[in-house]
Design a protein around this ligand. Structure first.
Ligand code: BES
Ligand code: ZN
Ligand code: ZN
Length: 479
C-alpha cells in the first residue's frame, strides 16, 4: 500500500472520504444542504455518496462527537476502505485523519486511520487465477490530509502494524496443505532472517530428545512433523516476556473427528502462533528494548493410523502425566509443553494465545477474546493494550471448581473437564494453568476472534490477525 500525508486540502483521488458528526455541518454549504435533503444525519457509519465538481465523495457518519474515540475512527476508516474495495477504486484520499477528538494527538489519529484503511482494504487473492479477478483494480494509493507534521510518525507506525496483521491474515487464510508446521517454520525463518533474529526450530527428532511428548502426541496421526519454533527479538535485553501461540495447522479433531461443518475452517487453528510471529516482527522492526521470546507450538491434528487415542496417557515435558480424554482438545496439549519450555527461559511473564475453544464463541461471540490471568499487574497491562488497540479482552475467572474439573482419574490431569462442570473456555485455560509453576501468566482464547465468518468494520471475513497489535502494544509498553 502506498500511503502518504499531505497538507493540501484539495487533492484528486478516485474516492474522497470525509467524516461528519451527528448534528454538525462543517462542510461546504451546498454539500450540507444536499446531504440533509437525502436524510444524512451523521449517525455512526451512515454513508452518503455524491459528487462535487467531478470529485466522487463519500461522506461518513461519525456519530455523536462526545462518544467518538480512536477505535471508532479506526472502524470508520476500515468501513470506508471496504467500500472502496467494493467500488473497485484504486486511490483514496481522506480528511478523517483531522477528525476532532478529545485526548488524541495528530499522530494517534493518523495511526488509527492508517490501520483502519489498510486492515479494511485487505483481500486474500493468492489463489485466484482468473485474469478478471487479477486485473480488478485494487486500492493501493492512500493520501491522508493532515496539517500536523507529527502525523507522519503515526502513519508509519499504523502502516507497520496493519501490514503485519495482514501478513498474519495471509498465513491464517492459506490452506492447511500449504501451511504445514514445516512451512509455518519456514515463514518464521523468513521473518527471522529479514530482521536478523535468533531462531530455533525443534523438529520431531529434537522434540523426542527433549521428551516433549504432549506436542508429539498431537502430531502423531499426521504425516507432517510437529515443530516447536522459538524466535527471539533481543537476547541481550534485561527484560524478557514469552509469547506462546497455538499452531495447529489443521484441526480435524484427530480420532475424535469433527463432524460437518465444524472442520471446514480449521486451517485457522494456527492463528495464535501466527499472531505471535506478527508481534515478534513488529517488536523487531520497532527495535523494542524488551526481549520477546516467541514460541509457536505447531502440529497437524489428524486421525491417521498412528494417531493418539482417547484414553492414552502421556508424560508431558513437565513430567506431569496427561489423560487424553478427547483428541480434539489438542491445543491445550501442545501448549502444555510450550509453556513449560517458556517458563524455563525465565521470562517476567508468559502470555499464550490460542484458538482454544469453540465455547469461547458461545461466551463472547465474535466481539472479544477471553482472558484468564493469574496476575493483577499483567492483567492491567493487557487491559491497557486492549484499550489502545481496540482488540477486546473479557476476563473469565480461575476457580478451584475448574481446577478440580481437570484433575485426572488415572493420570495427574486430563485434557477435558468434567462434563458437569460446563464452562469449556475456563476449563481449557485452567488445564494450561496447571503447567505454570510460578510465572505471571495470561491465557487469551481467540476461539471466536481468530476467524470471522462475515466482514466487520476493519476486519474482512476470514483470518483476522487478532492479537498482533494487542501483543505488540503490550511489548512496547513493557516496563
Ligand atoms: N480448535 C478447536 C476450537 C475452535 C472451534 C476454535 C471452533 C475456533 C472455532 C479446539 O481444538 C477444539 O476442538 N476444542 C474443543 C474442546 C473440547 C473437545 C473439550 C471445543 O471447544 O469444542
Ligand atoms: Zn480440536
Ligand atoms: Zn484446535
Amino acid at each position: 500500500m502506498n500511503i502518504k500525508i499531505t497538507t493540501e486540502n484539495k487533492i484528486k483521488a478516485e474516492l474522497f472520504v470525509m467524516g461528519q458528526f451527528e448534528g454538525e455541518k462543517n462542510l461546504k454549504e451546498s454539500i450540507s444542504r444536499l446531504a440533509k435533503e437525502d436524510k444524512f444525519t451523521g449517525e455512526f457509519k451512515q454513508t452518503y455518496l455524491f459528487s462535487d465538481e467531478d470529485q466522487p465523495i463519500m461522506l461518513m457518519g461519525l456519530g455523536k462527537k462526545a462518544d467518538f474515540n480512536l477505535e471508532k475512527l479506526r472502524k470508520i476508516a476500515g468501513f470506508s476502505a471496504r467500500k472502496a474495495v467494493e467500488y473497485k477504486v484504486r486511490s483514496l484520499a481522506t480528511t478523517l485523519s483531522q477528525t476532532e477528538m478529545k485526548g488524541a494527538d495528530a499522530a494517534k489519529k493518523a495511526q488509527a486511520v492508517t490501520e483502519g484503511l489498510i486492515l479494511g482494504a485487505y483481500k486474500f487473492v493468492r489463489y485466484k487465477t482468473e485474469t478478471k479477478e487479477k486485473e480488478t483494480p485494487k486500492l493501493c494509493n492512500i493520501v491522508l490530509i493532515s496539517k500536523d507534521k507529527s502525523a507522519i510518525k503515526g502513519m508509519e507506525k499504523g502502516k507497520l502494524l496493519a501490514e503485519t496483521a495482514n501478513y498474519v491474515r495471509d498465513l491464517v487464510n492459506t490452506p492447511a496443505a500449504d501451511m504445514t508446521p514445516t512451512l509455518l517454520a519456514n515463514e518464521a525463518k523468513k521473518v527471522a532472517e529479514e530482521n536478523k533474529l535468533k531462531i530455533t526450530v525443534f523438529g520431531k527428532k529434537e522434540l523426542e530428545q527433549k521428551k516433549m511428548n504432549s506436542i508429539i502426541g498431537v502430531g502423531r496421526g499426521s504425516v507432517q512433523e510437529p515443530k516447536l519454533i522459538v524466535i527471539e527479538t533481543n537476547p541481550k535485553a534485561k527484560k524478557k516476556i514469552a509469547l506462546v501461540g497455538k499452531g495447529i495447522t489443521f484441526d480435524s479433531g484427530g480420532l475424535d473427528i469433527k463432524p460437518w461443518p465444524y472442520m471446514v475452517n480449521m486451517k485457522s487453528d494456527m492463528a495464535g502462533a501466527a499472531a505471535v510471529l506478527g508481534a515478534v516482527r513488529i517488536a523487531a522492526k520497532l527495535k523494542l528494548s524488551v526481549n520477546i521470546v516467541g514460541i509457536m507450538a505447531c502440529a497437524e491434528n489428524m486421525p491417521g493410523g498412528t494417531a493418539q487415542r482417547p484414553g492414552d496417557i502421556i508424560t508431558s515435558y513437565s513430567k506431569k502425566t496427561i489423560e487424553v480424554v478427547n483428541t480434539d482438545a489438542e491445543g491445550r496439549l501442545v501448549l502444555a509443553d510450550a509453556v513449560t519450555y517458556a517458563e524455563e527461559q525465565k521470562p517476567e511473564a508468559i502470555i499464550d494465545i490460542a484458538t482454544l475453544t469453540g465455547s469461547c464463541i458461545v461466551a463472547l461471540g465474535y466481539s472479544a477474546a477471553a482472558l484468564i490471568c493469574n496476575d493483577e499487574n499483567l492483567k492491567k497491562s493487557l487491559k491497557k493494550a486492549s484499550a489502545e488497540t481496540g482488540e477486546l479482552l473479557w476476563e473469565l475467572p480461575l476457580l478451584d471448581d475448574f481446577r478440580d474439573a481437570v484433575k485426572g482419574k488415572l493420570a495427574d490431569v486430563k485434557n477435558v473437564g468434567n462434563e458437569k462442570a460446563g464452562a469449556g473456555t475456563i476449563t481449557g485455560g485452567t488445564f494450561i494453568e496447571s503447567f505454570i509453576q510460578k510465572t505471571p501468566w495470561a491465557h487469551i482464547d481467540i476461539g471466536g476472534m481468530g476467524w470471522f465468518i462475515e466482514d466487520k468494520d476493519y476486519v474482512p471475513e476470514g483470518g483476522t490477525g487478532f492479537g498482533v497489535r494487542l501483543l505488540a502494544s503490550l511489548a512496547e509498553n513493557w516496563k
